[in-house]
Design a protein around this ligand. Structure first.
Ligand code: THG
Length: 294
């Protein structure tokens, strides 16, 4: 096993370290208008109160990084992404994960950001490598590399390892430190392919063994189209932590997600004396008692 690498992210005043020898870092997924009609309508009307609430609640629930996605059909992504980031930075001070496939929006976001963000994402396609990696380098940002290339998403873990290797090779050749690359194995819906979670898990194992880099994953993707989504997501999260996941993109307001992360960390020896597990339990007890008293 390669030594665990440390990815450092920074906001104006906070530093977050992601490493396999530290507890798992939760990246909050909720600032994402995709599939949220009400949020799309509010943003189109220039209303940002939902965004601010989503930011505050996720950080309160333990998110150490927030993913920011501003993809609303028909709206200018560059203007919307920077506006959302400013709203978020006004209410919380955690590092941001800039979730866009639009290079102009990405550059505007990087220009604006005070700190060291995580770019979400680059992939192994020629055009993506050529546009995103120079931006990551110029702005000293960390970057998520998706395990796909010009031929699409490989069907095997070995194929995805090759896509990761290509991204890591090109990035490091340009002078981006390997510890600033976070690999996403790509978790796809189990409803479309019952092997998708297994392939993602195996990809994590191979990439960790070969490179020791940090690993993210969109943890709720696998349950898309299935009933009882939280149970599937939480089982997958715990298994992925065992495989080497270090910073899932997930909904911190769902207790099955936060407990799966804490349980995975405790089971992997990343929670000394189980203190984080016990503290989270007590917090939930207090919250329940408070709610009952209201
Ligand atoms: N990898 C990387 N980035 C990603 C993904 C990934 N960014 C986007 C996505 N996948 C992760 N983010 C989300 C955000 C929301 C949901 C799923 C993934 C989601 N939303 C609810 C739904 O569709 O049912 C609706 C909103 C809600 O009520 O919470 O599931 O894979 N690098």
């Amino acid at each position: 096993m390669t030594n665990p690498l440390s990815t450092i992210l920074r906001s104006k005043t906070k530093t977050v370290e992601i490493s396999r020898s530290l507890p798992t870092v939760m990246i909050g997924e909720r600032i994402n208008p995709t599939g949220r009609k009400k949020v799309q309508e509010a943003l189109a009307a220039g209303k940002y109160d939902i965004v601010r609430k989503d930011a505050i609640e996720q950080v309160r629930a333990g998110a150490q990084v927030l993913d920011i996605n501003a993809g609303v059909p028909g709206l200018d992504e560059r203007a919307l992404l920077t506006a959302i980031m400013q709203e978020v930075m006004a209410v919380v001070d955690v590092p941001l994960c800039i979730d866009t496939a639009n290079p102009e929006a990405l550059e505007a976001a990087l220009k604006l950001y005070e700190g060291k963000p995580l770019i979400n994402s680059v992939n192994g396609e020629r055009r993506s490598l050529q546009t995103v990696l120079p931006l990551a380098k110029a702005y000293h940002a960390a970057v998520i590399g998706l395990c796909m290339d010009d031929n699409g998403i490989p069907r095997t873990a070995e194929g995805r390892l090759s896509a990761a290797a290509k991204i890591i090779q090109q990035a490091t050749q340009m002078g981006i430190p390997i510890e600033d690359i976070v690999i996403d194995p790509l978790a796809m819906a189990l409803s479309a392919d019952s092997q998708s979670a297994r392939i993602a898990l195996q990809t994590i194992e191979l990439v960790v063994k070969e490179f020791g880099v940090n690993i993210t994953v969109g943890a709720s993707n696998i349950s898309y189209g299935m009933p009882d989504r939280p149970y599937l997501n939480s089982a997958f999260i715990a298994m992925a932590i065992h495989a080497g996941l270090t910073c899932p993109i997930t909904n911190p307001l769902v207790v099955e997600n936060t407990t799966a992360i804490l349980a995975g960390d405790l089971a992997r020896g990343k929670d000394e004396d189980g203190m984080r597990w016990i503290r989270a339990y007590r917090q939930r007890q207090r919250a329940a008692a408070g709610a009952a008293a209201d």
